[in-house]
Design a protein. Structure first.
Length: 186
């Protein structure tokens, strides 16, 4: 049984990394197209320029959604709310929650944000399994773009540290962790 679990974990990791490589490819394509638009219109603002900019932003967001769906296909779908507050000791990140928050800021792709002059919030919810693995990451907030970028960021940092699972009377159990994220973009 342990061998099957290990094999499934390895396959999930490979699929996860392949999708993150697609995200990086999307970011590079977006940067290139953005540069081309900038050169094409040479500092001139027009309706046509705005249409082209909106198109590449929408294409990038759709690409992010597809990548997230592909990552999540490899995960077992779980009703995460079932595991909310079902513990006596909450899950803990091995380097502490402040280190985890710092890593979110470090890996968040601010170049991909078009929400200038905005303070945005999202609530990230994810499942911490009995072995410390994380899955079922979702971000819920008012801005689709920010939710997608936050979800991508969480998938990118999954392998940067380990979670100590929650405990119920000394026994490791699944649990849901919610992390509020607020950022200001200028």
């Amino acid at each position: 049984m342990k061998k099957v679990f290990a094999l499934l974990s390895i396959l999930s990791f490979i699929l996860h990394e392949a999708q993150l490589a697609k995200v990086e490819e999307l970011n590079q394509t977006y940067k290139q197209k953005s540069k081309e638009i900038s050169e094409k219109y040479d500092k001139v603002y027009s309706i046509d320029r705005k249409k082209e900019e909106v198109k590449i932003i929408m294409d990038r967001l759709e690409g992010y959604e597809l990548a997230i769906k592909e990552i999540q296909k490899a995960e077992k779908i779980v009703d995460v709310l079932r595991y909310q507050n079902q513990y006596t000791q909450p899950p803990e990140y091995e380097f502490g929650i402040n280190s985890f928050r710092s890593m979110i800021g470090q890996y968040f792709n601010t170049d991909a944000v078009t929400l200038e002059g905005s303070v945005v919030r999202t609530m990230v919810r994810f499942l911490v399994h009995e072995h410390g693995n994380v899955s079922n990451i979702t971000a819920i907030g008012d801005y689709r773009e920010f939710n997608l970028l936050t979800t991508i960021t969480f998938y990118e940092i999954l392998n940067k540290g380990k979670w100590k699972p929650a405990e119920y009377n000394g026994i490791a159990v699944r649990s849901v962790l919610e992390v509020p994220i607020t950022m200001k973009f200028e």
